[in-house]
Design a protein around this ligand. Structure first.
Ligand code: NAD
Length: 360
């Protein structure tokens, strides 16, 4: 499954620097030969990786020190894909260098850090920060959002989201997943928690159970990797999130990510990575919608292991917002609210009790 990104019109040129070239190389690949968005520099502490990505995608400047890349005058946007624990320091450095920032999920690893970032951004009102919540920008989820925004689903009464994925490769291959400050709840449940908030709004209270899967125990991964989360929203409605990471994944009936939106006029269940959705509107027969025409945009290289298509989609959206002087979301407040919910979930797991979500 090799392919090319679909590039859309921005209306202005932007120059981008990408730091962290694991997942980050998906953005470099996706923006290769973009008419308006050019990756002018890449950075990673792994110098061989920097050279390889520069050569593969014709990136003129490569760095192993982030301060040096951030200091370039010709960069407008910095896209951060370093390990979760480093996001806070890289966001700070990018803002202090006067850049706009896209930071991959999770924005940061605690509510205290989210508040710190919120304070920081107040000092740079001319710069924007957007959280790269890639799942919002995957095809079926975008079709689902359109159905919601155009009223096809009516009033939404319940949403269920899940992220289910065999993460053994991650437990064993990512040194930083075994280091202090890492929390799989933040790393992984940031997707389904963001998605449920996108529809249901602010969360009042959560009640969560979590434990460690037997598979995680076998590979000596520390920490919880199985999460069952109930949420009560400020609107009075309720919803549910499942996060399951130590399993033999049966993909047939369990997409990695699924968003079920249940409204008064329709139900829309969007899937990742299947490029399909199950749709049932009032008075119409149930159907499966397929969006396979998008396959080479989303899965451009290395099978389905990268998110190049979603990264292109959100970077174009961010750039268009900058060009048109609009606020790009999820911004620091919206992203911070997801972190506040994750923090409340963490507390509920520890206390065994329902926990009110704090304001950011
Ligand atoms: N759907 C998504 O949006 C998505 C998917 C996967 C991962 N992620 C996020 O992307 C981030 C990176 O994950 P990954 O899977 O690519 O990990 P990774 O370990 O493959 O890549 C991280 C890269 O950052 C580099 N790095 C580490 N410290 C650095 C520093 N101080 N300066 C510059 N580079 C540094 C490493 O050398 C490595 O190449 C994480 O925050 C993760 O949660 C997002």
């Amino acid at each position: 499954m090799e392919g090319h990104a679909r590039h859309t019109k921005i209306g202005r040129n932007f120059r981008i620097g990408v730091v962290g070239l694991g997942e980050g190389k998906g953005l470099v690949k996706g923006l290769h030969e973009h008419p308006e968005l050019s990756v002018v520099a890449v950075c990673d502490i792994n110098d061989e990786l920097v050279t390889r990505i520069q050569t593969e995608y014709g990136v003129p400047n490569g760095y192993t020190q982030f301060e040096e890349m951030a200091g370039r005058d010709d960069i407008d946007i910095i896209a951060i894909y370093t390990p979760d624990q480093l996001h806070i320091q890289h966001i700070k450095m990018a803002f202090e260098a006067g850049k706009h920032v896209i930071c991959t999920k999770p924005l940061v690893n605690s509510l205290a850090e989210a508040r710190e970032i919120l304070e920081l951004t107040k000092s740079y009102p001319q710069n924007q920060l957007m959280v790269g919540q890639s799942s919002r920008f995957f095809g079926p989820m975008q079709h689902q959002r359109k159905a919601f925004e155009t009223g096809k689903l009516g009033e939404v009464s319940f949403v269920e989201t899940h992220y289910v994925h065999d993460m053994r490769w991650f437990y064993t291959n990512r040194a930083w997943a075994r280091e202090g400050g890492f929390d799989l709840l933040f790393a992984c449940c940031s997707h389904p928690v963001d998605l449920i908030r996108w529809y249901m709004g602010d969360v009042e209270e959560v009640f969560a159970y979590a434990n460690q899967s037997l598979i995680a125990e076998q590979v000596q991964f520390q920490g919880n990797d199985t999460f069952v989360i109930n949420l009560k929203f400020e609107s009075g409605r309720i919803g549910r999130v499942l996060g399951l990471y130590g399993l033999e994944h049966a993909h047939h009936n369990r997409p990695w990510i699924e968003v079920g939106v249940y409204g008064t006029k329709g139900t829309f269940i969007a899937k990742y990575p299947q490029l399909e959705a199950i749709v049932k509107y009032e008075g119409e027969p149930e159907r499966v919608e397929s969006y396979f025409e998008d396959i080479y945009h989303y899965f451009q290289f290395e099978g389905i292991n990268h998110h190049a298509g979603e990264f292109v989609n959100y970077t174009e959206y961010f750039a268009r917002c900058l060009a048109e002087n609009k606020k790009a979301t999820p911004d620091v407040i919206d992203g911070g609210k997801t972190i506040a919910v994750l923090e409340a979930i963490r507390e509920s797991i520890q206390s065994g009790k329902p926990v009110k979500v704090e304001k950011i």
